[in-house]
Design a protein around this ligand. Structure first.
Ligand code: NCD
Length: 313
């Protein structure tokens, strides 16, 4: 891993063992069910202040980071666009220079691609990328992969994943691809909505990629271990159509019958119309249950390694 202690991209991981080390820490948080103030001696953020600065809206990422910090005995300062000097046109670097003097780690989300990496150059404290526009969202992809790891019991022996929906701007998918390259034995099906294809440079180097047209998704689904649904990123620029009026693939309960019994369905959330609510109760649907919970444990592990561990140094 590079010398920076920031976590800006999953491309920072240089060996699968680093990912497994992070998962082992998440497992520790999971099995110990750490709840403040009875923190684990191995994972303890007592005396640390975590700043969450979200200049773009969020439910899960912000709240799970805050819950993670609090569960580890740390404290939290929250800033959102509406309450910040960002709304008074303060330069991002000036906000970050300031916040980095108050806390010990900065969890930053910003609507512009590259903004979090740029901001990290002005921070005295570790910066965690919580989503930079249509760029990356490393902790979500790691939480997703951790969910696959938990669901399958291992990820050493390969699996297949179908990414479906807005692959052009879906940043969680962008953060998945360096992990897929690192693991090496993952088969990737890319089933993008029309006009929302993944930029080829992002899957360059992935050994086994199949481009799937929307109308053929059902044909490929029986071969898929992980179906990864994403919403249309309507807030990004140049959105082609109104998704509600479109013919994009939508997951409905009857489709589960053509999938493997062992398959799982993930979604980074928020979900719009791409998954029918009647799918939620299916045992393969992990997006409201395991995936969300694992996001908490994984972020506990990230905070631990950024502040106390050695993984990101
Ligand atoms: C995603 C995000 O914000 O990038 N959700 C998340 O953080 N868990 C996905 C999305 O907004 O579509």
């Amino acid at each position: 891993m590079n010398s920076a202690k920031h976590l800006l991209s999953t491309a920072q991981f240089t060996a699968p063992e680093e990912v497994y080390a992070l998962f082992a820490t998440a497992d520790h948080a999971r099995t110990k069910q750490i709840v403040r103030p009875a923190s684990s001696p191995l994972m303890n953020l007592d005396g640390k202040i975590i700043v969450t600065a979200f200049y773009e809206n969020s439910t899960r990422t912000r709240c799970s980071f805050e819950a993670a910090a609090l569960r580890l005995g740390g404290q939290v300062i929250t800033e959102t666009f509406a309450t910040s000097s960002q709304s008074k046109n303060e330069r991002l670097e000036d906000s970050v220079r300031t916040l980095s003097q108050y806390g010990d780690a900065l969890v930053l989300r910003h609507p512009e691609i590259g903004a979090v990496g740029f901001a990290a150059e002005f921070s005295k404290i570790p910066v965690i990328n919580a989503g930079d526009g249509a760029g990356e969202h490393p902790t979500q992809a790691l939480a997703d992969l951790y969910t696959v790891f938990r669901h399958r019991g291992e990820i050493d022996n390969g699996f297949s994943v179908m990414f479906c929906g807005d692959l052009r701007d879906g940043r969680t998918v962008h953060s998945w691809l360096p992990l897929v390259k690192l693991l090496g034995n993952v088969k990737v099906f890319l089933a993008a909505n029309e006009g929302m294809s993944l930029s080829p440079h992002l899957y360059q180097g992935v050994e086994n990629v199949v481009l799937v047209e929307q109308k053929n998704i059902k044909m490929f689904l029986p071969a898929v271990d992980v179906l990864y649904m994403t919403r249309v990123q309507e807030e990004r620029k140049d959105r082609p159509t109104q998704p509600e009026a479109s013919g994009f693939f939508k997951l409905r309960p009857e489709i589960y019958s053509i999938m493997k019994k062992s398959a799982c369905v993930l979604h980074p959330l928020p979900r719009n119309s791409e998954i029918h609510p009647d799918c939620d109760a299916h045992h393969a649907s992990l997006y409201h249950t395991e995936q969300v919970k694992n996001g908490l444990y994984l972020r506990m592990a990230v905070l631990h390694h950024v502040l106390r561990g050695d993984l990101f140094r």
